[in-house]
Design a protein around this ligand. Structure first.
Ligand SMILES: C[S@@+](CC[C@H](N)C(=O)[O-])C[C@H]1O[C@@H](n2cnc3c(N)ncnc32)[C@H](O)[C@@H]1O
Length: 200
């Protein structure tokens, strides 16, 4: 049978340890995590191996599921659940999780889907559920770095609905979804990690 080359993201390799630091702190009391937009699943394997008290559930749009499953089975970690198909614009999982995590996805999905994500979060999270988002944001109507400005241009060239989001807009969606901000961590390479907990 032909060998399948797993997709690989250099960025995911670079940022996995800084993100792990935030997850280790804020997911210490969690049992299960749904990851939205798992991508290459490098994060999932790294986090599940370092945080064995968590059952990590990958999800993504259908075209990424095969490679995610390949990486998960290669890792053979007991706390990695099978990946599920989850497109924010499509059918949503019916179960709830004690935490939801997503990295580098809010600038890839359309703004409509970012809104849908926050609207739907209360259905995905247990009463005291936590939500962590990692990625680059704009703030005070400005790019936070020249590299983020160039990245935003590249994103919009690929698809006009992509682009860095204003952190204030995302915070407003979180408030409407009944989420209280626990932490806003500045991360390497002009990224942020935002941690919320459901107040409902
Ligand atoms: C830049 S990749 C990030 C992958 C991974 N989280 C990481 O940080 O390496 C963006 C991810 O968002 C996912 N995504 C984009 N639109 C989505 C949608 N509508 N619903 C769910 N996932 C989506 C993509 O399929 C992809 O896995």
């Amino acid at each position: 049978m032909a060998e399948f080359n797993l997709p690989y993201s250099e960025a995911a390799d670079r940022n996995k340890d800084p993100i792990l630091g935030v997850l280790a702190e804020h997911f210490a009391d969690r049992k299960d995590v749904l990851e939205i937009g798992s991508g290459t699943a490098q994060h999932a394997v790294h986090f599940a191996s370092r945080l064995p008290h968590l059952v990590w559930h990958c999800s993504d749009v259908s075209e990424n599921l095969y490679s995610i499953e390949q990486r998960l089975s290669q890792s053979a970690l007991p706390n990695l659940a099978g990946a599920i198909e989850f497109d924010i614009a499509g059918a949503w999982p019916i179960r709830q999780y004690s935490a939801v995590f997503t990295a580098n996805s809010l600038h890839i999905m359309s703004w409509n889907n970012v809104e849908r994500l926050f609207e739907g979060l209360p259905r995905l999270l247990h009463r005291d559920g936590k939500f962590i988002v990692y990625g680059p944001f704009n703030e005070h109507g400005r790019y936070t770095s020249e590299s983020n400005r160039l990245f935003d241009l590249q994103l919009k060239q690929v698809h006009p609905e992509r682009g860095l989001r204003a952190i204030e807009d995302v915070m407003a969606l979180a408030r409407c979804a009944g989420l209280g901000l626990l932490a806003d961590r500045v991360m390497p390479a002009n990224n942020r990690c935002l941690v919320w907990q459901s107040m409902r």
